[in-house]
Design a protein around this ligand. Sequence first.
Ligand code: XMP
Length: 512
Amino acid sequence: MNNQLVLVLDFGSQYNQLIARRVRECGVYCEVMRYTISLNEIAAKHPVGIIFTGGPNSVYDQASPHIAKEIFAMDIPILGICYGCQLMAHMLGGVVTTCTTSEYGKTETTYGKSSALFCDDALPEKAISWMSHTDYISEPPAGFTVTAHTESCPVAAMECPEKKLYAVQFHPEVNHTAHGLTMLNHFLQDVCGCTGDWTMENYAKTAIEQIREKVGNGRVLLALSGGVDSSVCAALLSRAVGKNLTCIFVDHGFLRKNEGDEVEAAFAGRDIQFIRINAKAAFMEKLTGVSDPETKRKIIGEEFIRAFECESKKLGTVDFLAQGTIYPDVIESGSGDAAVIKSHHNVGGLPDYVDFQEIIEPLRLLFKDEVHQLGIELGLPEHLVWRQPFPGPGLAIRIIGEITDEKLEILQDADWIFREEIAKAGLDRSIHQYFAVLTDMHSVGVMGDGRTYDYTLALRGVTTTDFMTADFARIPYEVLETVSARIVNEVKHINRVVYDITTKPPATIEWE
Ligand code: XMP
């Protein structure tokens, strides 16, 4: 990449990825690096700016993360946030003190309008910032001016414009800080001289050139699941290497209604080798009589690999195995072993089974929202780009108990209605995952003059940021009412619909 680069030096902040995403939102490419990076490594990357993140430590802790003092003399603009702000003060001779009471949450802050960070007309002199600290700067280092304060924090921001050093005690990256993104933008544009050259249009152009250069006449193999990451990866690779790309799409038969055909429609017409394996019969045969969730998952995982392996063997040696690894995986793995993580999490150890020489990961620099944007840029249909997360084993783990063709059809039809109504209500982007589950419970109902004894269907909708914890979505009763009425009227063998109001934990998002 030849984009201007900003380094986000991570001192242990829970917001490290959020800061990086905000910088990218400003149209600036950035990378998250651990604070242990050497100054030589930093210099070699030629960053136009550096941001120190916050972190849980006190600068006085023996083991607190530090960086060599010479970083302040590299003539690179630096913005310190929270711990990063205190670290800058401490290392340059200011005084950091423990607060008598920690400042936490939304705090009224008074800004000095002559600061490059706070000069924006939209930012009033007094506005809310998000604070979270137990130490504060009681005296700024010599040469620094105080540019913001709160009632209990005398140095909520400080700066030394001659040395291009800026620091804020609050968190501009958090939405609760009014105009926080504007402040970051001013730092990036006015202090660092960023031109906003990071766009998905530029990314696509450069990535395509780089992939072509790397792959040459080699052959690339991609396991296409129809999920956002693998679909965008396929679209990018197809632009770059065309016929040299083979996408294998194992359709295990447990996708949602029409989904297999939609994936095929999006890719089969491209100038690539697209192979769809309709493997439902083989999967169903292996799953006959199986109702234990873990056994189902295991069988599906193994059968998936078998189907993929069988097809890929026909291709002989492959030069590159492509994976849809994205930047959060890279950051979480400590910037290195992303390939290993992904092979375990997403493709169930595929690299062991396929004869290939090298892995390529064309999305490894991108955050999820950028993957969406890139998908749109590459002309993928919206329903693929905005597809919600979907588990590898698909509807097989949303049918409680043994899977049969009849149950699969019932669930596909009911799930379709739920999704249609959620989209109609305009909730499809705000509820992060929503789906129907076919329980194995029967209950008594009445339809017309007759008694029924049919399935209970459960609806699940969650809001979440990371899928590790989740809240149940507050879907309006009117929407639930329409969904329920349509399902019991239009889908045979369902006579009762319930809504799952459990958070995660203690429940998981999926039922199996
Ligand atoms: P749980 O049910 O563990 O799910 O709360 C968390 C998120 O992971 C998805 N999920 C899977 N994704 N393969 C996947 O690629 C799987 O086997 C799998 N199981 C669960 C789930 O849909 C939710 O988004």
